[in-house]
Design a protein around this ligand. Sequence first.
Ligand SMILES: Nc1nc2c(c(=O)[nH]1)N[C@H]1C(S)=C(S)[C@@H](COP(=O)(O)O)O[C@H]1N2
Ligand SMILES: [Mo]
Length: 365
Amino acid sequence: MTPSKNPFYDTVERPHREGGVGPEELGLANRNHGFPLELMRSDITPAGLHYLLIHFDIPELNRESHSLKVSGAVENELTLSLADLEALPAVTMPITLECAGNGRARLDPRPASMPWQCEAIGTAEWTGTPLRHVLERAGVSPQAADIVFTGADRGADNGVIHDYARSLTPEEAAGDNVLLVYGMNGAPLLPQHGAPLRLIVAGWYGMASVKWLNRIDVIKERFDGHQQTTCYMYRERPDDPGTPVSTIRVKSLMVPPGMPDWFTRERLCPPGVVQLQGRAWSGAGVPVARVEVFADGNWHDADLKPALSDYAWRGWTFDWQAKPGRHELMCRATDANGDVQPVEARWDESGLGNNAVQRVVVHVR
Ligand SMILES: Nc1nc2c(c(=O)[nH]1)N[C@H]1C(S)=C(S)[C@@H](COP(=O)(O)O)O[C@H]1N2
Ligand SMILES: [Mo]
């Protein structure tokens, strides 16, 4: 038997599973809560109800003594305190964050990992300084190939022990959508959301927004960290080299109407006009152009509200004439690039980027 390089267990591949979630998935679901979809009524998600995704342990960091080191291929190495960062030009932006694994548990079989159905979503007002202010002070070398962001958390995934780290190219890092964030909804960051300092890369899936940020390294070769080149790759087959996961795919969700059944979450509504409402968003600053609702055998156009920002969701409403019976409602968004949510999920080996339409069962009586 060849010795496993994994210090925890011998089988390195995580299986695809059918049926009920296993104890590991249940443990992950208990640690990483989702967003109660009824809170989509509000533009902004309260900090305590924003979804969470924490790969390892929440590190213990101190706001007063914390520093951000900027080093590598720069003219000036920097060590910045929170006060230094707060003295730079500040922006506050509503930004919709979504985990790239959102929708994973809707695949069948499902890749065994955090079993998100559709609730790994939230929109907060994030406050910080555009990263470019810090990069300008550091003076990034023209030979820079990647800028690496490292968090204070460390652990193993598939046998590879690493600090949580992600990279952006110098061009990506210079965008107005990349912020060094110290505030959420007008308060300091909470421990679970990266206190005291995190990156937010608006328009990208959540993995790019490194929490508990303590290092920025400018490097002259492409970054090959585990989270960058192994974990977040779209793969159709296990032997597929894969393409990197980056910006958010167009998606919409509905506030589940009427009242829920505790166990199944199916809904009960009286007959008559039911105002359906929800939210829709896309990535890379691309606006949502259309939202449709499927009811009674047809797709119907919903009314759109303005987006909160280039990087946040927009509201939609649709008046549904609910007739007695059992219904399966769906909603789907189309963005300004013409990308539209698929009705059936496309397969991904790790369950990433599933933007298939949401289905909501409603009993009308
Ligand atoms: N340091 C660090 N940053 C991280 C993570 C992590 O585990 N460690 N998880 C990432 C993932 S996969 C997501 S979806 C978002 C979740 O951010 P939130 O928990 O504030 O919603 O943080 C990202 N940043
Ligand atoms: Mo994520």
